[in-house]
Design a protein around this ligand. Structure first.
Ligand code: ADP
Length: 198
C-alpha cells in the first residue's frame, strides 16, 4: 500500500502518520525528517540543504527524489510506505511516478488534509510553546516569519499536486480541522479497504 500525505505545514500530517504506521505496519517516509537527519550528520547533502531549509525554501527536486528512491529500496518498504512531505512539487510527483513505474509499483491513494490557514499559525504558536515547555529548542524553521514563507511555498509549489492527483483519480480530501480522532477515523475509512485487498 503506497500512500501520500498532502497538506500545508502544521496540517497534522505527522500526528496522523504515527497512527497509520501503527495500524497498517508500513513505515513513514518523511523527507523533512530525512533531511534534518542529514543536516545533523553533516553529510554532503545536509550541508547543502541546511540554509535552504532554515529559510523555508525547498531543497532541489533531484536531491529529495534521490533520497526517496534509495529509501524505498529498503526491506521495510516492500509491503508499502507512507510518504509525508514528498512529493512537494509537480516535478517531484512526475519523478516519483517514474521511480515507481521502474519498479512496477504505483501509488494507491493521495490523502489531502484540508485546513484553514488562520488555524495553522495558531497551531504553530502552540507547537513552539510546547517544545519550549519540554525544555527543547524549536526547529530552526518553526518561527512565524519562516512559517509564512513555508505556507507561501506550499500554495505555489505543492498545492498544484491537488489537481494533478485528482486528474489521476487518486485524490481523497478530508477535513483536517476536525478532532484528531475524527481525522484518524476518516483515514481508516479510506485505507482499511485498500489494505485488505493488498
Ligand atoms: P513541514 O513541517 O513544513 O511539513 P517538513 O518537515 O516536511 O516540513 O520539511 C521541512 C523542510 O525540509 C522544508 O521546508 C524543505 O526545506 C525541506 N523539504 C522537505 N521535504 C522536501 C521536498 N520533498 N522537497 C524539497 N524540500 C523538502
Amino acid at each position: 500500500m503506497i500512500v501520500i500525505f498532502l497538506g500545508p505545514p502544521g496540517a497534522g500530517k505527522g500526528t496522523q502518520a504515527k497512527h497509520i504506521v501503527e495500524r497498517y505496519g508500513i513505515p513513514q517516509l518523511s523527507t523533512g525528517d530525512m533531511l534534518r537527519a542529514a543536516v545533523k550528520a553533516e553529510t554532503a547533502i545536509g550541508l547543502k540543504a541546511k540554509a535552504v531549509m532554515d529559510a523555508g525554501n525547498l531543497v532541489s527536486d533531484e536531491i529529495v527524489a534521490a533520497i526517496v528512491e534509495e529509501r524505498i529500496e529498503a526491506e521495510d518498504c516492500a509491503e508499502g510506505f507512507l510518504l509525508d512531505g514528498f512529493p512537494r512539487t509537480v516535478r517531484q510527483a512526475e519523478m516519483l511516478g517514474g521511480i515507481l513505474a521502474k519498479k512496477g509499483r504505483e501509488i494507491d491513494v493521495v490523502i489531502e488534509l484540508q485546513v484553514d490557514e488562520g488555524a495553522l499559525i495558531e497551531r504553530l504558536r502552540t507547537r513552539i510553546q510546547e517544545t519550549k515547555a519540554r525544555g527543547e529548542t524549536p526547529r530552526a524553521d518553526d518561527n512565524e516569519e519562516t512559517f509564512a514563507k513555508r505556507l507561501g511555498v506550499y500554495r505555489d509549489e505543492t498545492a498544484p499536486l491537488i489537481p494533478f492527483y485528482a486528474d489521476q483519480g487518486k485524490l481523497r480530501s478530508i477535513d483536517g480541522m476536525a478532532p484528531v480522532k475524527t481525522v484518524s477515523s476518516e483515514i481508516e475509512a479510506i485505507l482499511d479497504p485498500i489494505s485488505t485487498t493488498k
